[in-house]
Ligand binder design. Structure first.
Ligand SMILES: C[S@@+](CC[C@H](N)C(=O)[O-])C[C@H]1O[C@@H](n2cnc3c(N)ncnc32)[C@H](O)[C@@H]1O
Length: 222
């Protein structure tokens, strides 16, 4: 099995089940033309996020790590007209590109993108009394995942879903000796989830056009 094979299978499923459209295409094109790295979720992963938000009956979503707003668009499309999605992005240029992409997709009234390090923005959300969020999607700098989990717990309620992206890291997550800060971040994140009595969770390995990685899914139970 190879990346070429996984990409071919992704293309097959995406064509049938997660087809693109002019707004998603434009978001990817504008992001690439603005020099953003292609670190967005794959189309079938975006659709998975959207389905999870719909299954949740989500009205509010918190995203940590916006990039060009590609996953933001998939998630925001799961929300009702009076729904709200807040996305946190450290890089002002990414945030600007994402705002334009979200507006083009007709989601400017649902989505708010806040610029700055997420660990600065999250306490402000709590101070403002924003939330609880029905879904939290964590997809920013992995070394800070433990901190993001702590804030996700403060900003959710029993029944909320917390999703962590890129938790497999080409399999390195299983290496207890790893000194890579990203690997250590996702390992600590997973351990904290396991220790947390208010969460029940699993993690799934994935292959596809984005390579070998995976998601963690945690339901807030108490
Ligand atoms: C993997 S990309 C997000 C991809 C996006 N969720 C998607 O699928 O379309 C990670 C993003 O997190 C942002 N980021 C990195 N460190 C951050 C931090 N401390 N606070 C907020 N955002 C951060 C990066 O600038 C980058 O845009």
């Amino acid at each position: 099995m190879s990346l070429a094979q996984w990409t071919k299978v992704d293309a097959y499923f995406n064509g049938l089940l997660a087809p693109s459209d002019p707004d998603l295409d434009a978001a990817l094109e504008h992001s690439a033309a603005s020099g953003l790295p292609p670190h967005q979720v794959a189309p079938n992963q975006g659709k998975l996020l959207q389905l999870l938000a719909r299954i949740q009956g989500a009205r509010t979503v918190l995203e940590i790590g916006t990039l060009g707003g590609y996953s933001t668009i998939w998630l925001a499309r799961a929300l009702p007209e009076d729904g709200r999605l807040i996305s946190l992005e450290a890089d002002p240029e990414c945030a600007e590109v994402a705002r334009a992409n979200v507006a083009r997709a007709g989601l400017g009234n649902v989505v708010e993108i806040r610029t700055g390090p997420a660990l600065d923005s999250l306490p402000r959300l709590a101070e403002e009394g924003v939330g609880p969020f029905d879904v939290v999607f964590i997809d920013a700098d992995k070394p800070n995942n433990p901190g993001y989990l702590e804030w996700a717990l403060r900003l959710t309620r029993p029944g909320s879903l917390i999703i962590g992206d890129n938790v497999v890291r080409d399999g390195a997550v299983a290496d207890s000796e790893s000194t890579d800060p990203k690997v250590r971040g996702v390992r600590r994140f997973t351990e904290l989830i396991a220790e947390e009595p208010r969460l029940t969770a699993t993690a799934i390995q994935t292959v596809g056009e984005k390579g070998y990685d995976g998601f963690a899914l945690a339901l807030v139970t108490g």
